[in-house]
Design a protein around this ligand. Structure first.
Ligand code: ADP
Ligand code: MG
Length: 389
């Protein structure tokens, strides 16, 4: 069991470096377009503030190469000021003498927000000099940045090796959910896969075969599997180098008596026109961008029967309103099923949010890459180095 902030005693007056995931979308005016990630960090911040710790909060935002005024964490600091009036400071630097001075002036229960960690290239390189500068600011390190827990960066992996450590409430919750999902899975266990990044997800399917009774494959991923079955997929998205792997997965599933469901009809475009076609009617010139009604029914019947569901990857090009129906219907079926449900993946979570049923899903994982690694059964390096109890 990892040490959590609840296990930290006598932290009044202690300097705590807290790594959050404030990687939120901003517009050019610095307005926060989706505050979900900041909201998810609030319980940990509130708890540490209430305990009278001196908080030094850090995060990355986007992928800056050096300083980028459009990716400053200042809007996040302003956002936090609303929740913690008169307690939040921001000095506009990542590390260095100004930060050290600001940190030393912190009173109990106050919060210093550092500038975007990735303005300094040493962050992603896990450079020991950068680690040392962060370490010098604090007595204790708390990691609550689940979204980057699969990365070995200075502000999570690096500092965790040098300071006493604990995880925050957000990471604690993510770990609990995935532990429960895979250690005592309920059956029927239905895994739903879609999206476009097939190569990232084949390992995940391999791991899920240990638990799943049914594997549903839709979205862009389905066409690599249909191709492996020798079906003409027209111009639909395919990863040709993974066709053999897809075939192997289907053979393995058959051996283990795991049902694999693939789309039987599709919403496709052909020369600018869209229409529904059966799988065997797909031909050159057609690009399939959503599942059709028969497939929605096929998948829904299986989903409604499930006791546990994990879902990664939208079932169509949901960002385009013409091709979002399949994903929306499947989200509603998952909500309706009453199964214990986990959705992971950046696009998958936004699709569920668009569908309006997000509050009926048991767990929307905040980390795309990190949640996929947990589903693959891997340990996350930044969490592995956090102290155990
Ligand atoms: P996640 O972020 O949840 O892990 P991915 O990034 O793998 O999911 O996949 C999401 C992307 O997959 C979306 O941009 C969506 O448009 C795309 N997609 C889904 N179905 C199709 C399809 N049939 N053809 C092309 N792209 C698709
Ligand atoms: Mg994505």
């Amino acid at each position: 069991m990892k040490r959590t902030i609840r296990d930290l005693k006598n932290i009044k007056g202690k300097r705590i470096l807290l790594r959050c995931d404030f990687n939120v979308p901003l517009d050019h005016w610095g307005d926060i377009l989706n505050d979900n990630r900041i909201k998810q960090a609030l319980p940990t911040i509130s708890y540490l503030v209430d305990q009278g710790a001196k908080l030094i909060v850090c995060s990355h935002l986007g992928r800056p190469k050096g300083y980028d005024k459009y990716l400053s964490l200042f809007p996040v600091a302003v956002y936090l000021m609303k929740y913690f009036p008169n307690k939040v400071k921001f000095c506009g630097k990542v590390v260095g003498s100004e930060v050290t001075a600001a940190a030393s002036k912190l009173k109990d229960g106050e919060i210093l927000v550092l500038e975007n960690l990735r303005f300094d290239s040493r962050e992603t390189e896990n450079d020991p000099t950068f680690v040392q500068e962060l370490v010098s600011l604090a007595d204790i390190f708390v990691d609550d940045a689940f979204g980057v827990a699969h990365r070995k960066h200075a502000s999570n992996y690096g500092v965790a090796l040098k300071l006493p450590t604990a995880v925050g409430f957000l990471i604690e919750k993510e770990l609990e959910v995935f532990d429960k999902a895979f250690q005592t899975p309920a059956h029927p266990f239905v895994a739903i896969f879609g999206g476009a990044k097939v190569d990232d997800k084949l390992n995940l399917i391999n791991n899920v075969m240990k638990f799943a009774d049914t594997i549903i494959i839709g979205g862009g991923m389905a066409y690599t599997f249909l191709q492996a079955k020798g079906i003409n997929i027209g111009n639909s998205i395919v990863s040709l180098d993974l066709v053999d792997d897809a075939k192997r997965i289907m053979d393995e599933a058959e051996k283990r008596n795991i049902k694999i469901l693939l789309p039987v009809d599709h919403l496709a475009i052909c020369e600018g026109k869209k229409g529904v076609v059966r799988t065997k009617e797909l031909f050159k010139g057609m690009t399939a961008l959503d599942i059709g009604n028969k497939t929605i029914k096929l998948f829904t019947d299986e989903i409604l029967n499930a006791k546990q569901i994990i879902w990664n990857g939208p079932l169509g090009k949901y960002e385009d309103s013409r091709f979002k129906k399949g994903t929306m219907k499947i989200a509603k079926a998952v909500a309706k099923s009453g199964a214990y449900s986990i959705v992971g993946g950046g696009d998958s979570v936004s699709a569920v949010e668009i569908s309006g049923v997000a509050d009926r899903i048991n767990h929307l994982s905040t980390g795309g890459g990190a949640s996929m690694k947990l589903m693959e059964g891997k340990v996350l390096p930044a969490i592995e180095v956090v102290d155990t109890l």
